[in-house]
Design a protein around this ligand. Structure first.
Ligand SMILES: NC(=O)C1=CN([C@@H]2O[C@H](COP(=O)(O)OP(=O)(O)OC[C@H]3O[C@@H](n4cnc5c(N)ncnc54)[C@H](OP(=O)(O)O)[C@@H]3O)[C@@H](O)[C@H]2O)C=CC1
Ligand SMILES: CC(=O)N[C@@H](CCC(=O)OP(=O)(O)O)C(=O)O
Length: 345
């Protein structure tokens, strides 16, 4: 199967290149960029020297339809809503890593992304690619809205208690922390070394664009819509994302009981690993891999459940989950091309 990447020289695009070069069913055919077309990818990214030699091309839907079968959009919000429909029309499988098609309600996109939404009729066609939860809908699909990085860690952490109605849905608080690669390769003053190093800062309080995405999926899983409290922080590392999630339990479960429940819930999900009692994951333990590691603790005094969920934002939070979705679409083993051991130390 031949693949194209739109936004190939961004951080998620470059990670897609790494993963797809390792995928036995994929031939990487077209790399598309915007301001850098005509340049060679290995000149921009010398780590690719001797690995891949390709010239970045302009977006051309007819050319993509002639030369590829699947197109990944690793473009900033507001780009795929215009480009992707052209590829869908031409029968290509489309996997969008941006937020353009994740929200079912066009007005929510306008409110949170402060931009024109995609064609509302297409919003219902996109399958939300939270692989472990929506596997059935993803099988055979042609159009995937890949989840955001914070929603991936949060929703995988919460899903087992949401499906079984174990928590008070009004009590959910999510404390997210991300490495700087989460905001892409564009130059931003706040992401300079001297701003980020030896510093932790909260950002987008009450305004983060992943808030409605998390609320929408919580509503789909639990059947009830409730607002969440969601605060994000930038931490001085390149890759890695941790969501610490708090919720009040409806019943007096022990940590042991909930861990057993999580183990069972994810027993057929090779990329979700549940930590043993009394241990909790750190971001380094998933670095460079498609794993989401989850640890739990119940505080019997407050009846509050704390969930620690970690991912590599560029892999499970973006490119890795996109490849996992393609594997599910095609009926290939979910782990094809994704069996990376995390990089440690
Ligand atoms: N980084 C992460 O951890 C995650 C990212 N995402 C999402 O993935 C998407 C990509 O993010 P990221 O890789 O970080 O972004 P980057 O800013 O690193 O890269 C964006 C890429 O998009 C290209 N591009 C910009 N405008 C256009 C256009 N009009 N047509 C074609 N290509 C265009 C750029 O090309 P050029 O440089 O040539 O201008 C660049 O290759 C975003 O929507 C992001 O929110 C989702 C989850 C996690
Ligand atoms: C560290 C950092 O800035 N991270 C970004 C993640 C952006 C992203 O992934 O955007 P979409 O999923 O909405 O496309 C942020 O918090 O906005």
């Amino acid at each position: 199967m031949k693949a194209g990447i739109v936004g190939a020289n961004g951080y998620s695009g470059i990670e897609l290149i790494r993963l797809l070069l390792n995928h036995p069913q994929i031939k990487l055919e077209m790399l598309i960029s915007h301001s850098t077309n005509g340049e060679n990818i290995q000149d921009i990214y010398p780590h690719l020297t001797g690995v891949i030699e390709k010239t970045l091309e302009d977006f051309d839907a007819d050319e993509l339809a002639d030369r590829t079968d699947v197109v990944f959009f690793a473009t900033p919000a507001g780009v795929s809503k215009d480009l992707l429909p052209e590829c869908l029309k031409r029968g290509l499988i489309c996997i969008d890593l941006s937020g353009d098609f994740r929200l079912n309600e066009a007005q929510e996109y306008t409110d949170w992304y402060h931009n024109q939404p995609a064609d509302p009729t297409l919003l219902n066609d996109a399958i939300y690619g939270l692989a472990e939860i929506n596997r059935k809908q993803i099988e055979g699909a042609r159009f995937i809205a890949n989840p955001g990085c914070y929603p991936t860690a949060t929703l995988l952490g919460l899903a087992p208690v949401l499906t079984h109605d174990f928590i008070d849905l009004n009590s959910i608080i999510i404390d997210g922390k991300s490495g700087v690669s989460g905001s892409g390769k564009k130059a931003i003053t706040g992401n300079l070394f001297s701003e980020v190093n030896e510093n932790v800062k909260a950002y987008k309080l009450g305004q983060h664009q992943h808030t409605p995405e998390i609320e929408q999926t919580i509503a789909q899983i639990s059947g009830e819509k409730h607002p969440i409290t969601f605060t994000t922080h930038l931490v001085p590392m390149t890759r890695g994302l941790m969501c610490t999630i708090y919720a009040t339990l409806d019943q007096g479960f022990s940590t042991r009981e909930l861990l057993d429940h999580y183990e069972k819930f994810y027993e057929k999900s090779p990329f979700v690993r549940i930590r043993p009692l009394g241990t909790w994951p750190s971001t380094k333990e998933v670095l460079g891999s498609n794993f989401c590691d989850i640890g739990l603790n119940v505080d019997g005094r407050t009846r509050r459940l704390t969930i620690i969920s970690v991912i590599d934002n560029v892999v499970k939070g973006a490119a890795g989950q996109a490849v996992q979705n393609l594997n599910i679409i095609k009926g290939w083993d979910e782990q094809t091309g994704l069996s990376f051991t995390p990089i440690y130390p």
